[in-house]
Design a protein around this ligand. Sequence first.
Ligand code: FES
Length: 81
Amino acid sequence: MSRNILQSSEMEKMEQPNKDGCVLCLCLNVTSGSIRRAVEAGARTFSEVQQYTHCAKSCGMCADGIKAELTRLLAEAKRQQ
Ligand code: FES
């Protein structure tokens, strides 16, 4: 199987939110809740989120999704100011 094709069980895991949100990085089990906490702790760039959560440091396939979540969270934080 190609590394670029996630198995259906992995896709199901990503789509099913747990108490800490959806798993956005399967390799390192980083959830949307972890990304939110990184932003709340002051992370403003993808690199800073990586330092806080260690996301996207294995296969890297999650990077675009995590960048999109970071953009969404930063826009949400800006609206709440
Ligand atoms: S899914 Fe995030 S590093 Fe592989």
